[in-house]
Design a protein around this ligand. Structure first.
Ligand code: NAD
Length: 428
């Protein structure tokens, strides 16, 4: 069976319900006031925009876009924009709630948001993609802004799309404000106000978590093996950075199929190939394998870096690994997580493991505010400290409250949010 949006799960994956349950479990672990649980159970705002775009052949096509603003207690909403044919309101709600958790966990002055457009960006031309992006951001109008809601790249979007988004927003404000609103999106190209280090930040953050885990477990990363599902921004950078630590990428897969090479792939060459060809399809090294075979490969680390719901019961039963390092958001279903943990397989949960992206997005936003450009070294240094601190806090919480790393990550975040609610209380 081809991997659909829910991948391993054969039934519909109710992503938002899953996230609501994690938030609930964390609230129980912490014993926070009931009203905190109630407020976090739903997003503050749900925006749906239907907007027309002129296609290259002259026809007009209607697109559906979403922006979910989950919570802004700690600061402006922050979160990615996804361009994918399976984008749904439910997924955007789940991902926005996860962003609230991630930002609070990383101690960033942001709340959570997420959005996207339901279409396949590979099915349109570059000029169409630009018009779709601009029309969507125009339709969102003042619902976004550098002090309101700050989008970033996610699946199907990249720095080029962020540059168009920023330019569209800039053209909607007065002449005098143009430079002041650069921070309306993050993940921009460096010359257009982006930061050094953002492109690889999510993968780099994941690697910091893996390094901490290896230290905790007395596990030697040099000579270890890795399999990666999803070879886009997160998957490819994770594999490339891990290769510098001596970790060998032996199997890889994306929406077009799976490849196996026991000798190890060169992740940099594969990354170049994917940038040019948009997928791993046709890559000359490695043997083609099925999705089922991919999940049975013996390895030390498995990094799901594609979409949610990819690791279901079957995959969790099949996996022969020590660690599942979640680069993607929501890749493991709750049933699969139970199986993995029962089998003694560790999980670095998404809200912790992939939070390097939003952390460096924050650095970009700060640089935009101050009209500064930090060195790569400065960005990487700050990110390393932030990831290691967060890992420690989550590991300590898991140990103290005897809960999973996932619930612990939610608990560290909700603890911060609950503290602020207790001080500010509810308006009016
Ligand atoms: P991307 O678009 O760059 O790459 C996505 C990858 O997933 C591609 O290789 C694609 O082929 C693959 N894929 C898509 N559908 C698949 C399927 N059905 N089966 C197997 N592979 C499939 O996206 P990205 O930015 O790397 O994001 C990947 C994941 O990481 C998402 O869950 C995203 O929310 C999460 N994430 C991204 C960032 C970031 O900074 N980009 C930050 C945090 C979390």
């Amino acid at each position: 069976m081809p991997a659909g949006p829910a991948g391993g799960t054969k039934t519909k994956y109710e992503f938002f319900k899953v996230i609501q349950k994690y938030m609930d479990e964390a609230c129980t672990v912490l014993d926070v006031p009931e009203y905190v649980r109630t407020i976090l159970s739903q997003p503050k705002t749900e925006l749906i925009v239907n907007f027309p775009v002129r296609m290259d052949d002259g026809s007009i096509r209607l697109f559906k876009g979403y922006r979910i603003q989950h919570n802004n207690l700690l600061g402006p909403y922050k979160g990615g924009m996804r361009f994918h044919e399976n984008v749904t309101l439910d997924d955007a709600k789940a991902l926005a709630a996860m962003m609230t958790i991630k930002c609070a966990l990383m101690n960033l002055p942001y709340g959570g948001g997420k959005g996207g457009i339901k279409f396949n960006p590979n099915s349109v031309s570059r000029t169409e993609l630009q018009r779709i992006t601009r029309r969507f951001f125009h339709a969102l109008g003042s619902n976004i802004g550098p002090e309101t809601d700050i989008p970033a790249p996610d699946v199907g979007t990249d720095s080029r799309i962020m540059a168009w988004a920023m330019d569209t927003y800039m053209n909607s404000v007065g002449q005098g404000d143009k430079q002041a609103v650069k921070g309306v999106v993050t993940g921009k190209p460096v010359a257009s106000g982006g930061t050094l280090g953002r492109e690889a930040a999510t993968g780099q953050g994941l690697v910091h978590c893996i390094t901490e885990w290896a230290e905790d477990r007395n596990f030697k990363l040099g000579g270890a093996t890795l399999t990666v599902q999803g070879f886009g921004n997160v998957g490819s950078n994770t594999a490339a950075i891990l290769s510098k630590l001596g970790v060998s990428l032996i199997a890889v897969g994306d929406h077009t199929g799976y490849l196996f090479n026991p000798e190890g792939f060169n992740p940099y060459k594969l990354q170049e190939y994917v940038k040019k060809n948009r997928s791993i399809d046709g890559y000359p090294a490695g043997k083609k394998i099925s999705r089922e075979e991919f999940f049975r490969i013996k390895c030390d680390i498995f990094a799901p870096c594609a979409l949610e719901g990819q690791v279901g019961v079957e995959e969790a039963t099949a996996l022969q690994t020590r660690l599942v390092a979640e680069g993607a958001n929501g890749p493991t279903t709750p049933e699969a997580e139970k199986i993995l943990l029962d089998r003694g397989i560790d999980i670095l949960p998404d809200t912790l493991a992939n939070s390097g992206g939003v952390t460096v997005s924050y650095y970009e936003w700060v640089q935009n505010k101050r009209s500064e450009q930090w060195s790569l070294e400065e960005v990487e240094d700050k990110l390393e400290k932030a990831m290691k601190r967060a890992y420690r806090e989550v590991a300590d919480m898991a140990r103290d409250r005897k809960c999973s790393m996932r619930v612990a990550a939610y608990a560290v975040a909700i603890n911060r949010i609950a503290q602020v609610y207790s001080e500010r209380e509810i308006f009016p």
